[in-house]
Design a protein around this ligand. Structure first.
Ligand SMILES: [Fe+2]
Length: 241
């Protein structure tokens, strides 16, 4: 190898190294406050006992959902990130908001399992064993966007009922401050660049069959009505800011 070829090769290597580091230094779109810890991620404890949501959500469903499904999302996400040192220091929200920057070899795994970890970490505290009414201030704010509280409930649960296959229904605060109802397939969420409506989720319900099938089988609407009565409106109000 002559001097010129050697220098060209060195330049190519340096360029490659610079490109590899680029994701760490580029500004990231911060779509939401950090909800989960940092890499390596851990399965968060439920904020209530497994049996606390009976009879609306049965104990076995909660155990399988948390110890089985959610734990698997966390483990698979960690395995994928073990291969991507340049992305380990990012928050999960940053990773999900910038999926397009993740190498294609690992992008789908991070999308599915990172999404799964974030979505379930969001979901557990949005439920409460102590039924509560939304405050008048929250009802007023939401009614202003959807016409009435009843109209909001109807539209939200209808979107969930009509969602084909597995996914999530969300109430999202968009960057302009508007509230919108949207659904995402699989473990996608509104932080991701693929979402139809992007923004900060303030409410979300898991509409995967694994969330209700043991007790409700194919009666998704019955599950949705039961879950509605478990919603933690105080938390929704806090997230709304
Ligand atoms: Fe789930």
């Amino acid at each position: 190898m002559d001097r010129r070829t050697f220098l060209a090769a060195l330049g190519a290597i340096a360029l490659k190294a610079w490109r590899w580091k680029a994701p760490e230094t580029e500004p990231f779109f911060l779509a939401a406050p950090t909800l989960t810890g940092s890499y390596p991620y851990e399965l968060p404890a439920l904020p209530y006992p497994y049996e606390a949501l009976e009879p609306a959500i049965d104990t076995q469903t909660m155990k399988v959902h948390h110890q089985g499904h959610h734990a698997a999302y966390v483990n698979t996400l960690n395995k994928a990130l073990a291969d991507l040192p340049a992305f380990q220091s990012l928050s999960l929200e940053e990773l999900l908001a910038n999926l397009e920057k993740i190498p294609q070899t690992h992008r789908t795994t991070i999308r599915n399992h990172g999404g799964g970890h974030w979505n379930h970490s969001f979901f557990w505290p949005i439920l409460t064993p102590k039924p509560q009414e939304p405050s008048l201030a929250l009802q007023k704010r939401i009614s202003a966007e959807f016409g009435s509280w009843a109209a909001f409930r109807g539209q939200f649960l209808d979107a969930a009922a009509r969602l084909f296959g597995s996914g999530w229904v969300w109430l999202v605060k968009t960057p302009s401050g508007k509230l919108q109802i949207t659904t995402t397939p699989n473990q996608d969420n509104p932080l991701m660049p693929y979402a139809e409506i992007r923004g900060t989720p303030v409410l979300g319900i898991d509409v995967w069959e694994h969330a209700y099938y043991l007790k409700y089988q194919n009666r998704r609407v019955e599950y949705l009505s039961a879950v509605w009565n478990l919603l933690n409106w105080e938390r929704v109000e806090t997230l709304l800011g």
